[in-house]
Ligand binder design. Structure first.
Ligand code: SF4
Length: 263
């Protein structure tokens, strides 16, 4: 989940030889995010593994890996303990505590219980911090996952322009995803706009195909941005801010009540 600048960090991160970098800890950050301000990340993925139901070429974690040998999912209590320790060590509490790490957080087999434990720690130690999630939404139709997502202060759900099998490295039913997103309101669409070797998420054709999906998903907020950190695929290209602003204007015409921000 791209978009973050490291600050003096409680967690540790290691570069992968094949590109990208992985958090080595449950806690990542705090980082300063263009979209969130100060955010303390929670990585729920097994160690040394990048696991996601998408495989976006722009992912700052690199491409997907198998689950590493002897690596396991952290238990809800381990996540809560790590968060508790981090919050007591920070000199300033983060604006956000965000489920985001080496892949898709809702893949955690006990995601709902983990959310419960994290909300308890937040209420006790950081009641002014909001708790959010960065997710690709593919698991959000499952009632337990949806209910857990709805307990959070913010749901930032991925819906990128461009051919899904290229921009997200996965085939999925985008209309069905948009329908699921409507059940998560209020929520934010986070849209990464990039260009590959033979596709362009910022092209007129991509915009024309994407706008009806955004309208169908009916988000309250859309965040548009391009690359800020090295992508998994080094041939990927940034999209200029001027083009992002044009795309934002098109969304505002389609969804006049939606707040659209370019980063
Ligand atoms: S949705 Fe894409 S960017 Fe986010 S973790 Fe998965 S592969 Fe990376």
């Amino acid at each position: 989940m791209a978009d973050a600048t490291p600050l003096p960090s409680l967690g540790s991160q290691g570069a992968r030889p094949d590109g990208g970098s992985l958090w080595e800890t449950i806690i990542n950050g705090p980082v300063h995010s263009r979209r969130l301000g100060t955010s303390l990340g929670l990585n729920l993925l097994p160690a040394r593994s990048k696991l996601c139901t998408f495989d976006c070429p722009y992912c700052e974690c690199g491409f997907n890996t198998p689950q590493a040998a002897r690596a396991r999912w952290p238990s809800p209590d381990e996540v809560a303990h790590s968060l508790r320790r981090a919050l007591t060590r920070l000199t300033r509490l983060p604006d956000w505590i965000t489920f985001a790490g080496n892949g898709e957080p809702t893949l955690h087999p006990r995601f709902a219980v983990t959310v419960e434990r994290v909300l308890v720690v937040r209420a006790e130690l950081a009641p002014g911090s909001r708790v959010g999630v960065l997710s690709n939404g593919l698991a959000a139709a499952r009632p337990a996952v949806r209910d857990a997502l709805m307990r959070l202060d913010a749901r930032m759900m991925k819906l990128d322009p461009g051919p899904p099998e290229r921009v997200n490295g996965a085939r999925y039913d985008a209309e069905r995803l948009a329908d699921v997103y409507r059940t998560l309101k209020p929520y934010t669409v986070q849209a990464m706009v990039t260009r590959g070797r033979d596709w362009d998420g910022a092209s007129a054709a991509s915009l024309e195909a994407w706008l009806p999906l955004v309208a169908r998903a009916d988000p309250d907020v859309v965040h548009l941005y391009s690359l800020a950190r090295p992508p998994a695929d080094p041939t990927l290209q940034n999209v200029p801010r001027e083009r992002l602003a044009e795309m934002a204007a098109a969304i505002r015409r389609t969804l006049p009540r939606c707040v659209v921000e370019v980063f």
